[in-house]
Design a protein around this ligand. Structure first.
Ligand SMILES: Nc1ncnc2c1ncn2[C@@H]1O[C@H](COP(=O)(O)OP(=O)(O)OP(=O)(O)O)[C@@H](O)[C@H]1O
Length: 237
């Protein structure tokens, strides 16, 4: 097992008086795709908010690429190379597709094969066709592709997708899954939260199941596929 890019142990976090995360711990190795699973309200988004510095870490250890993240503000975490595609896409209505892909461009992964606009267009040919369109002229699926492309343009060492296929038509969702497979083949380290477990099993290397703010199971795709009891107990499917 290569050294982890992200490593968290015993994470605790919450909102005011309500504690939501009690004991969250997992690793993400370079190039891995890891999922956070669990029913609604179990702490997936709260874990992500804690990782990106949007929510204060109350206890635990959070390390990323040799840095300790706990206590760092969100902009500092972003500069270290964690990019998030948030729920709800958030494209800019009056920037063109191409402007989205160059305005935030950075080089944070230290790799030679940078995600340039051209490379992003290879993964998302639809975006190339729409390069001159404004953000508010795009369909929901195109906006989602653009949100992923924009995050990639910062060349993150870790890409985080929170419910990236939420609200999309099935055919568009499949397009997003195909793109995520391409990103994985290109070596992009990714953390995914989504509800389509069968698709995640096909895509990801490692899965982490949360139940009321604690990791109750983690393992690889064959192990998760083989244990339908886990799906019923923790995932409600
Ligand atoms: N801003 C907030 N203030 C107070 N409580 C919150 C806030 N955001 C989330 N919570 C609570 O924290 C708990 C965990 O929520 P979280 O959003 O992390 O769950 P989740 O696993 O991502 O599920 P979902 O798919 O519903 O988003 C829930 O009980 C939720 O009500």
């Amino acid at each position: 097992m290569p050294e982890a890019l992200l490593s968290c142990r015993g994470l605790q976090a919450g909102y005011g008086a309500s504690q939501v995360l009690f004991d969250v711990g997992f690793d993400i190795a370079p190039g891995q795709v890891v999922t956070l699973l669990g029913r609604n309200g179990m702490g997936k988004s709260t874990t992500i908010k804690t990782l990106i510095g949007a929510l204060r870490l109350r206890a635990g250890e959070l390390r990323f690429g040799g840095h300790t993240l706990g206590g760092l503000a969100a902009d500092a975490v972003a500069r270290l190379g964690i990019a998030i595609v948030p729920e709800g896409r958030q494209c800019f209505p009056n920037l063109t597709v191409h402007e989205h892909l160059v305005a935030f461009a950075a080089h944070r992964n230290g790799q030679r094969d940078a995600w340039t606009a051209e490379r992003i267009y290879q993964v998302f040919p639809r975006l190339k066709e729409r390069a001159r369109n404004l953000g508010n002229q795009l369909s929901g699926g195109e906006q989602q592709m653009l949100a992923i492309g924009r995050a990639l343009s910062t060349n993150p060492r870790l890409l985080i997708l929170d419910e990236a296929t939420e609200g999309l038509a099935p055919v568009i969702r499949e397009d997003i899954w195909r793109c995520l497979r391409q990103l994985k083949e290109a070596g992009q380290t990714t953390l995914v939260v989504d509800k389509y477990i069968d698709r995640l099993v096909a895509l990801a290397d490692h899965h982490v199941i949360l139940e009321r703010g604690r990791v109750v199971w983690q393992g690889n795709s064959p192990a998760l596929s083989a244990d339908r009891g886990l799906w019923q107990r923790y995932l409600g499917v």
